[in-house]
Design a binder for this molecule. Sequence first.
Ligand code: PAF
Length: 275
Amino acid sequence: MQVFETIGAFRAARTAYPTLGFVPTMGFLHEGHLGLVRQAKAENGAVAVSIFVNPKQFGPNEDYASYPRDPERDLALLKEAGADLVFLPTPDVLYRPGSGTRIDVGGVAEELEGQSRPGHFSGVATVVTKLFNIVQPQRAYFGQKDAQQCAVVRRFVADLDIPVEIVVCDIAREADGLARSSRNVRLTTENRQKAPALFQALQEAARLFRRGERDVDVLENAMRVVLIEAGLPDIDYATVVNADTFRREQPCSDNALALLAVRAGEVRLIDNMPL
Ligand code: PAF
C-alpha cells in the first residue's frame, strides 16, 4: 500500500492502475468504510482511498475541530482491507491560496440536510469533484447511511458528465442496530444506549408502511414517538420522502425513504431506511 500527501505524487502512482475503485472518506474508519474498500477491491482489482476532513462541508458551528482523527490507525486498517493507494492531503494541498470555486448542486441538495446544514452539500460536491479529478477512478463507493449525499453525488456526476460509476453500499450497523459512524465514538455512555432508537423508529415506519400506511403524518409521528420515548426528543427531522427527489409527498409513493436526523448531546446522528 502506497500513501501520498501531494496531488502530483498520487497522480504519478495512479498511472500504474488501468482500473481503479475509489472510496472517499474523512478518516476515523469503521467497518462501514472497510466494507466499501473490500467491495471496491473485489470489483476493480485495485482500490484508492482518500482521507480528508473537508473543512468546506462543515458549518461555522459544526464539529470540524472535534471531528475524530487517527490517521495511523486508519492506515493500518486500510492495509489490512487491501487498499492499494491512499491519498492523505492537508487542507492547503486541496485548497490553494485564492481558490474560491464551489459547486452548487441545487434540487435534491436543497432539501433536509441542505436546510439543516446550509453549504454542506456544496462543500461535499466541491471536494468530491476535486477528488474524482485527482484519482480518476472507474467506480466510486459511498455508503447508503448518507442517502442524500449519494443522491447529490449522482446528480452532479450526471450534470457535469464526470466519467465515474457511483456504487452505493448498504448501511453497516452495530449489533443493536445503530448505524456505524465515525461520530459514534463521541456519544456519552448514556446516549450510546439511547442511540439504537433511530433504527427502531425506522423499523416502526417500515412496519406501518408494509401494513399499507401511506399517510406521511402518521409515519412521521410513529417515528417521533419511538425517539421521544427512548429519551431522544431533539429531532432535527423525522420524515418520509420520495427516494429520488427527497421531497415529502402526501400520501407517500411506493418509492419511499424514511430519514432521521437526531441530536444526542453534542452528536448529530442520521439514519434512513427504504420503505
Ligand atoms: O461521507 C463522507 O465521509 C464525506 O462527505 C466525503 C464523501 C468523504 C466528502 O468529504
